[in-house]
Design a protein around this ligand. Sequence first.
Ligand code: HEC
Length: 92
Amino acid sequence: MKNRIKIKLTLATIALAVAGSAMINACKVPEDIANKSGAQLWGENCNRCHNAPDPHTFSDDQWDAAVEHMHQKAILTDAEAKKIVEFLKSAN
Ligand code: HEC
């Protein structure tokens, strides 16, 4: 009887360890983002739902508003949105 409880506890510990390492891995994503350029992030994210808008389409202020809007819609991280808006403004 005692052994069974021990096995259950061991399994629970292993499950927690696996779940924990998965969570730590999820936190590694920002490192990948740090290595990507704004142009790359724009190409990867901004054509998921519509054609990626040409950087010349809007003024700097308009890009601020549009990317803030898409920041929420596209569920971008702050780092991604910042890089993308800098890239879009750099064309003006
Ligand atoms: C999850 C889907 C989705 C993604 C990803 C997405 N958009 Fe959009 N976008 C939309 C929708 C839907 C609209 C139409 C307006 C609305 O309903 O909000 C739109 C509209 C726009 C507009 C028109 C002006 C405005 O603010 O409504 C611009 C500019 C734009 N998107 C730029 C971008 C850029 C830049 C990116 C990349 C950072 C992006 N979008 C990523 C869904 C998306």
